[in-house]
Design a protein around this ligand. Structure first.
Ligand code: GTR
Length: 418
């Protein structure tokens, strides 16, 4: 991960006077009690799909809007986009490649994002597509000299033209050839074209487009950067719905790490995503916040003050007071598909907490007659578990690997039936 932290920081996070160490020893994790996903705020149990959809789901969505990610603006009435190029012989003839610019506003200097779309060359009918938020410009996704170099934000928060050597820099994370061979397309957008990822980056992104007159900073309850990235994913979906070569009823969304948090929130709000994949999304994503293991709320809010709604800071060192936990956010995907994945070497993201988030969300799928994770016991390495909700943990570090994609493609086939 480009901005991942060192082992030292991982083991000793000195964010607050009260709490100096991140726990990475299971025996030291204190007991906690999760809020009930299947009970209304009034305490009344939720026992059928209709009460979930009409009563409990809106309650949880409202809690997450108010307390965690912040409230996002509605879908714009009109999508402005321009198809920049179509290449029918990309990747040695395996793919059709399209590059599309999506405009967030009519203002000439407003942010815009480029969508890179690879579709299987031999497709006889519109192809299902996996959409991903990427950490690098579109030229980093594959070793494809036909993709123009994008401008990228640097570590010192400056925007610079990318160097040729960064081409394909994320290729192992996208496995485009495997995706195409499965009969699917891959679409990616570069998250920092939606909002650059540093405190103060907001003013270069889309959030100011929605400020009230005179507003210069977000207010408590307003959306943070994670929600902005999620909103950008929905705008990419708006385009995919217009592309006749895409089967828009079969679009899944993947995000890794902070972008896994964004994928969860995008899937919660936008039912057009038929599944989401949270790859090592950790704290503020799939991991149970009440579990005191690895990263915690204070560390997240201190190191990344721009990611969440200002109200989320109320829960620094007070996770037990949250009227929510990650199983409730994940349950917002029901009855669509949900895949949560972890890596053994990524203890900062709390693999067991991610598993428990998915496992404790699963009863909601059962209301729809679907099967969730099906066990409360954490599986061994490389032993995926579950059905409409799936989980795996693999060996290795914080990353997206070929093994991960092999599992995601099997899941996509089961979800899409093709
Ligand atoms: C870490 C952060 C995690 C995760 C990760 C990433 O530094 O603590 O919550 O989001 O970054 O996105 O790389």
């Amino acid at each position: 991960m480009r901005k991942s932290i060192g082992l030292l920081l991982t083991l000793c996070w000195c964010a607050s006077a009260q709490k100096t160490e991140a726990i990475t020893d299971e025996a030291k994790v204190p007991a906690y009690t999760l809020p009930a996903v299947l009970a209304l705020k009034s305490g009344q149990p939720v026992t059928d799909a209709k009460s979930w959809t009409t009563k409990r789901r809106p309650e949880i969505l409202a809690i997450y809007e108010a307390e965690v990610y912040g409230k996002s603006p509605a879908r714009p009435p009109k999508l402005n986009y321009e198809v920049k190029s179509v290449e029918k012989q990309a990747l040695g003839g395996k793919a059709t490649r399209k590059i599309v610019t999506i405009f967030f506003s009519d203002k000439p200097d407003a942010p815009k994002m480029d969508l890179l779309l690879y579709l299987p060359a031999a497709a006889a009918k519109p192809a299902p597509v996996i959409l991903g938020l990427s950490f690098g410009g579109i030229h980093t996704v594959a070793n494809d000299p036909g993709v123009p170099l994008a401008e990228q934000w640097t570590r010192d928060n400056r925007k610079q033209p990318s160097a040729e050597k960064s081409r394909g820099g994320e290729a192992s994370r996208w496995q485009v050839e495997k995706i195409l061979a499965a009969g699917y397309g891959l679409a990616t957008v570069y998250y920092e074209q939606i909002e650059p990822d540093f405190a103060g980056g907001m003013k270069y992104g889309i959030r100011p487009l929605f400020f009230k007159p005179g507003q210069t900073e977000p207010e408590p309850g307003d959306w943070g950067a994670v929600a902005a990235w999620a909103w950008g994913a929905s705008r990419a979906m708006d385009y995919l719905e217009k592309d006749k070569d895409v089967d828009a009823r079969r679009v899944g969304l993947i995000g890794h790490s902070r972008l896994g948090k964004a994928a969860i929130w995008a899937g919660a709000q936008d039912a057009r995503f038929t599944f989401i994949i949270s790859n090592e999304s950790g704290e503020g994503g799939a991991a149970i916040s009440r579990r005191d293991y690895g990263e915690r709320t204070t560390a997240l809010n201190t190191r990344f003050p721009h990611w969440f709604d200002g109200n989320y800071k109320k829960y620094n060192d007070r996770e037990n007071e949250m009227p929510f936990d990650s199983h409730m956010a994940l349950a917002l995907m029901a009855p669509r598909g949900l895949y949560v994945a972890s890596a053994e070497g990524d203890q900062w993201s709390d693999p067991k907490g991610e598993f428990l988030g998915a496992a404790n969300a699963s009863p909601v799928w059962e209301l729809f007659g679907k099967k969730g994770i099906g066990t409360m016991t954490m599986p061994d390495l490389h032993e995926p578990v579950g059905d409409s909700v799936r989980y795996h943990i693999r060996a290795g570090k914080h990353d997206v690997t070929e093994y991960d994609w092999e599992q995601y493609l099997k899941f996509a086939k089961a979800q899409w039936g093709r």
